[in-house]
Design a protein around this ligand. Structure first.
Ligand code: FAD
Ligand code: SIN
Length: 535
C-alpha cells in the first residue's frame, strides 16, 4: 500500500489529525491504522474531562497556564504551555461541532468540574465517561469521510528508514527519514509494507509496563519503542504519573478509575483508621497535584501496612453523585459497594506517561517526515507532572499543529520528489512459528513486577540498579526469541514494553534529583540545573 498520509492510532490524537487532513484533501486517501478495534484506546476510558478556559469571568488563560506550570514542577516548556492553553478552547469547540456533548447545568451553561491542581472549575465533561463521548463523536465524524481508510487489527511493528535500505543509521545521523511502516495484519498473519510520504505516530501511553494500571491492554508504548529503535529522540521517560485513586480490586486488570472529579466534588481520602490524612501532606489537601496525592497514599499504605486507602463519598449529595458519576456508581454497586454508605477502597495505579517521543512546537520528531502527537509525544506541556485533564487538550491542539505543518511538508516532499523508488519487503526468512507462549507471558509478568517493585512511586538508586540488571536479561532473552520466531502482537508488545521499561529506568538513573513524578529517596532535593533527559 502507498499513501501520502499515514496515521498510526485511532484515539483522540490520531483521529483529530486524520479528520483535518481528509477534509482538507478530499481527493486524497488518509490511512489510519489501529491494532485492535477502532475505539479501543486510552481515549475511550478518559473520565474526568477536558480542561479549557471557558468561563472568561472567573477563569483566565493566565490561571490555567500558572496551574500547568506549578504541576509541571519547573520543567514545562512555557511557550508550549501557552500554545496549548490558548488554542485549546478553539479545538474543544471543534469537537462540539463534531457532535461531542458535554454536561450543562440548569441554566444551560456548561457545567465545569474541578480536579487536582486546578485553581478554577474549568473541566468540561460528559458524566464520568468523557473519553467515550469524544471517541464516539470523532469516529462518527470519520464515518462521514469516504477518503479515510481505517484499518483495524493491524499491528505496526517498525517504522521504515534508511536503515532498511542498508545504510548505517546512528543517533548522530542527522537526516533519518521515515518512509512508512511494516505492519502485521493480525487476520492474515502476514507482514505488509505501507509506504507513506508523511507518518503520524499517535500510539498512546505505556501503562501496561506496570502491574497495576488504569491503561487498557493496547497501551504498550509501541510508538516510543519504534522511534527509539529507529534512533530518534525520546525524552523524560522517568515521569510516569500514578493516578492516586484507582479502584482496589485485586486480580482485575486494567484497574477501574475513580476520577479525580469525585474529589473535586468533595470526596475525601481516609486511611484505614478513617482519618482524613491529606491535610498532613499539602494545604490543598485532597486536591493537591497528583504526584503529591499519590505519594501521600503510598506513604499511608506503607505506614499502616495496607494495600489501599479509602475514598469517602458518604457525605456527598447522592443524587448529584449518581447524576455526575453514573458509571462509577454502577461499578461500585457491582462489587457490593454502596457509595452512600461505604468507603471506596482505592490505590494508586500507573496512569500516564508525561515523557515520550521528543517533538517541537509543530509536533515534528527528530526523524524527518515523522510526526508524533498525543500521549506518545513529549511536547514540553507536562514537564515533570501533568495537570489533570490536560492530556485530551494537548492531543487536540497538537493534532491541529501536526496537520498545519504537514500541509507545508507535503508540498516540499512532492517538489523534491526524492523518495526511494523501492523499499524492501519484510524479511521473515529463518524464523519459525512460536512454540511456547509461556516464554512471552512469563517475561511480561517479570517485567511488570520489576517495574512496579523497583521503579514505582518511590525510587532509590539501588532499586534502579537492580531493575536495570534484570531488564538487561529480559532484553537479551527476548531479542533472541524475536530473531528466531515469527512475529506476533504479543511478542512485539513484549519487546516494546522492555524498551519502554529500559527508557524509564535510564531516565530515572540520570535524574539525580526528586522532581514532580520522579521521587528518589537518595536524591531528595531538586537540582539547580533544569534539564530534560533525552535518550
Ligand atoms: P490512545 O487514545 O491511547 O490511542 C492509541 C491508539 O494507537 C490506539 O488506536 C491503538 O490501537 C493505536 N496503536 C498503538 N500501538 C499501535 C501499533 N503498534 N500498531 C497499530 N496501532 C497502534 N486525560 C484527560 O485529559 N482527561 C481525562 O479525564 C482522562 N482520563 C483518563 C482516564 C483513564 C482511565 C485513562 C487510561 C487515561 C485518561 N486520560 C485522561 C489520559 C488520556 O485519555 C490519554 O492520554 C489520551 O486519550 C491519549 O490519546 P492518544 O490519542 O494519544 O492515544
Ligand atoms: C481523572 O478523571 O481523574 C483522570 C483525568 C486525567 O487523567 O487527566
Amino acid at each position: 500500500m502507498e499513501t501520502d498520509f499515514l496515521v498510526i492510532g485511532s484515539g483522540v490524537a490520531g483521529l483529530t489529525y486524520a479528520l483535518k487532513m481528509a477534509k482538507h484533501f478530499p481527493e486524497k486517501q488518509v490511512v489510519v491504522i489501529t491494532k485492535t478495534s477502532a475505539d479501543e484506546t486510552n481515549t475511550k476510558y478518559a473520565q474526568g474531562g477536558i480542561a479549557g478556559v471557558w468561563d472568561d469571568e472567573k477563569d483566565s488563560y493566565d490561571k490555567h497556564i500558572e496551574d500547568t506550570l506549578i504541576a509541571g514542577d519547573g520543567l514545562c516548556n512555557e511557550k508550549i504551555v501557552e500554545i496549548v492553553v490558548k488554542e485549546g478552547p478553539e479545538r474543544i469547540k471543534e469537537i462540539i461541532e463534531y457532535g461531542a456533548r458535554f454536561d450543562k447545568d440548569e441554566s444551560g451553561e456548561y457545567s465545569l468540574g474541578k480536579e487536582g491542581g486546578h485553581s478554577e472549575n474549568r473541566i468540561l465533561h460528559h458524566k464520568d465517561v468523557t473519553g467515550l463521548e469524544i471517541e464516539r463523536a470523532l469516529l462518527s465524524e470519520l464515518d462521514k469521510l469516504p477518503n479515510i481508510n481505517l484499518i483495524k487489527h493491524c499491528f505496526v511493528i517498525d517504522i521504515i528508514t534508511q536503515h532498511h535500505l542498508g545504510y548505517l543509521v546512528t543517533k548522530s545521523t542527522t537526516d533519518i527519514t521515515c518512509y512508512g511502516v511494516y505492519v502485521l495484519n493480525v487476520n492474515s498473519n502476514q507482514v505488509e509494507k505501507i509506504t507513506s510520504k508523511i507518518t503520524l505516530l499517535a500510539t498512546g501511553g505505556n501503562g501496561q509496563v506496570y502491574r497495576t494500571t488504569t491503561n487498557p491492554r493496547i497501551a504498550t508504548g509501541d510508538g516510543v519503542a519504534m522511534v527509539y529503535r529507529a534512533k530518534g529522540r525520546i525524552e523524560n521517560m522517568e515521569f510516569i504519573q500514578f493516578h492516586p485513586t484507582a479502584l482496589f480490586e485485586p486480580g482485575v486488570s486494567p484497574s477501574f478509575l475513580i476520577t479525580e472529579a469525585v474529589r473535586g466534588d468533595g470526596g475525601i481520602l481516609r486511611n484505614k483508621n478513617g482519618e482524613a490524612f491529606m491535610e498532613h501532606y499539602d494545604h490543598r489537601k485532597d486536591l493537591a497535584p497528583r504526584d503529591i496525592v499519590a505519594r501521600a497514599i503510598d506513604n499511608e499504605m506503607k505506614k499502616n501496612g495496607t494495600e489501599h486507602v479509602y475514598l469517602d463519598c458518604t457525605h456527598m449529595d447522592q443524587q448529584k453523585f449518581i447524576h455526575h458519576f453514573p458509571n462509577i456508581y454502577e461499578k461500585c454497586l457491582s462489587i457490593g459497594i454502596d457509595v452512600s454508605k461505604q468507603f471506596i477502597p482505592v490505590a494508586p495505579a500507573a496512569h500516564y506517561s508525561c515523557g515520550g517521543i521528543k517533538t517541537d512546537e509543530m509536533g515534528r520528531t527528530s526523524i524527518k517526515h515523522l510526526y508524533a502527537c498525543g500521549e506518545c509525544a513529549s511536547t514540553g506541556l507536562h514537564g515533570a507532572n501533568r495537570l489533570a485533564s490536560n492530556s485530551l487538550l494537548e492531543a487536540m491542539v497538537f493534532g491541529e499543529r501536526c496537520f498545519l505543518d504537514s500541509l507545508e511538508l507535503i508540498e516540499t516532499i512532492n517538489k523534491e520528489n526524492n523518495l526511494p523508488a523501492e523499499l524492501p519487503d519484510w524479511k521473515a526468512k529463518g524464523t519459525t512459528e512460536p512454540k511456547e507462549m509461556i516464554l512471552i507471558t512469563q517475561t511480561r509478568k517479570e517485567l511488570e513486577q520489576i517495574m512496579s517493585d523497583y521503579v514505582g512511586i518511590v525510587r532509590t538508586d539501588v532499586r534502579l540498579t537492580r531493575a536495570m540488571r534484570r531488564l538487561d536479561l529480559l532484553y537479551e532473552e527476548t531479542e533472541e526469541l524475536y530473531r528466531a520466531t515469527k512475529v506476533s502482537p504479543q511478542l512485539c508488545e513484549l519487546r516494546n514494553l522492555i524498551t519502554v521499561g529500559y527508557l524509564i529506568v535510564k531516565g530515572a538513573e540520570f535524574r539525580k534529583e526528586s522532581r514532580g513524578l520522579h521521587y528518589n529517596t537518595d536524591h531528595l532535593d531538586k537540582s539547580d540545573l533544569l534539564q530534560n533527559i533525552v535518550l
